[in-house]
Write a protein that binds this ligand. Structure first.
Ligand SMILES: [Fe+2]
Length: 195
């Protein structure tokens, strides 16, 4: 009998349930200057960058091999804040291999997973601690933090070969924006959507 091939040894990684961070690896960090043009109020974004180029979100790439038999995973932390009346969010992406799904399990905070497929169908799933959102195949996805005070901390997992396509969303945007109206998050049409 052949010994099964393993590419990644059994690994234990500690992620802090409050901060979402692991002391064992560096994060990839995205400051507002790296995504100012993605917000509806570009002037507000640029003014904020001038005052303080805030850290909007950070996440882990655990370095799992990019093969279909492996599972990429890590935490994502989106910090509270708004640009104009639009809540802090991640850039969002399609998977390069479009036909791959993903799971996000919320550890802390409150917010939405905004999803959109190439045909323009969109969904926004509200989630909080203990709730998992399943992102279907073919749907771009973006985390949005709607809390005024707490980071949105999630644990994600997706097929190792999925890859990331950030460019499509950078070009076309999401169909919907998540903005504050009378103290509540609502989704409105994105006037710049190019889908
Ligand atoms: Fe993804």
């Amino acid at each position: 009998m052949m010994t099964p091939t393993t590419t990644v040894p059994a690994t234990v990684t500690a992620f802090d349930l409050v901060s979402g961070l692991s002391a064992q690896r560096p994060t990839l960090r995205r400051r507002l200057s790296a995504m100012a043009a993605m917000y509806a109020d570009v002037e507000a974004a640029r003014a904020q960058v001038e005052r303080d180029d805030v850290l909007v979100y950070e996440f882990y790439d655990m370095g799992v091999p990019e093969t279909s038999g492996d599972v990429a995973y890590g935490t994502s932390i989106t910090y509270p804040g708004k640009v104009g009346d639009e809540y802090h969010m991640t850039k969002g992406h399609f998977h390069s291999v479009l036909d791959t799904g993903e799971i996000y399990f919320c550890l802390r905070g409150t917010g939405y997973m905004l999803m959109e497929n190439p045909e323009g169908d969109w969904q926004a799933a509200e989630f909080g601690p203990g709730q998992a959102v399943y992102v279907p195949r073919r749907y771009a996805h973006r985390s949005i933090n709607t809390s005024a005070t707490e980071p949105l901390v999630t644990f994600f997992a997706f097929p190792g070969h999925a890859g990331h396509d950030y460019g499509t969303i950078e070009t076309r945007g999401f169909r919907k924006l998540c903005v504050e109206r009378d103290g509540e998050p609502v989704f409105v049409d994105n006037p710049k959507w190019a889908g």
